[in-house]
Design a protein around this ligand. Sequence first.
Ligand code: FMN
Length: 339
Amino acid sequence: MYKLFIRPLLFCFDPEKVHYFTFSLIRFLNKILGFSSLFQALYEVKDARLEREVFGIKFKNPVGLAAGFDKDAKLYQELSNFGFGFIEIGTLTPVGQEGNPKKRLFRLKEDNAIINRMGFNNGGVKEAVERLKKNKGVLIGGNIGKNKVTPNEEAVKDYEICFEALFPYVDYFVVNVSSPNTPNLRELQDKKPLTELLQTLQNQNNSKPKQKPILLKIAPDLTDEQLLDIIDIVNETKIAGVIATNTTISRQGLQSENKSEMGGLSGKPLTKRSTEVIRFLSEKSNQSFPIIGVGGIHTAEDAIQKLNAGASLVQLYTGFIYEGPALVKAINKKILENS
Ligand SMILES: Cc1cc2nc3c(=O)[nH]c(=O)nc-3n(C[C@H](O)[C@H](O)[C@H](O)COP(=O)(O)O)c2cc1C
């Protein structure tokens, strides 16, 4: 139904406008009596064999929505009706910001991919907190970043502000230093600044009566040497785990004519590389920390490959756009078949 009727229609229009339109539509439909239960009945797979306990949190199933789709925590409640086990909001920054000038979101239809250079457009952490106060039981990851105007030398403060504000309202944190769309952000993935950033957040975490898991989200473009550094840093700072991966700056093997747009590439061309990164981290660390696998999951089999490579949970973004909500159900069903 989605791929035959809804997607062809949506794909006729500007991707960012379609994003906001579908947002409004999902919200509207969920307000009509019976629709949220209908979505749940259509897409949720309830089975104790899907439950996972990862970094001390119980997930009802291992399939989540990746960061960037519901940056401002406006729709997490409704999105969870599509059967997701968890929703990651953000990336949020201390102060709201516009992001990069439009047009900044591109479909690469021939490649089943997206290029985005949104640049952390968001309303700021405070507004998101107000919305999260109304959460009725959705498991939430809080993805945090820095404002564009904050120089890297002062970035730690931005992450601390977001961490503090979100602390009571999210179940786990994600430190995003891997978006290609905030100038110089990815330099924070280098060993020294990254250790300092994560250690500061961990200290802040340790000062709380009960700690929350902090994960690091990494780029798929890191070299093996850099990935080995990441393993050292995770072990040294004792953060809870890693999300692999964010979008890539690589443009290898693309067919679409708009393939040269600047920004991060997501979707099918990322499937193999992000799975490689997961396998590398899992093997070289002797599975010493959990990994959330994300990048180019467009079929249930793609998700299974990430789980087999060492991921404990998976997330979708581009696959959700191209395949629709039925993908969430298909993955959960496949996991059950294999269990
Ligand atoms: C339009 C768009 C916006 C995104 N925004 C964010 C973001 O704000 N923070 C983040 O950590 N990742 C962001 N991502 C990256 C996704 O969370 C995910 O890591 C990446 O797209 C790979 O997964 P996919 O191939 O399933 O899309 C964004 C991706 C897209 C397509």
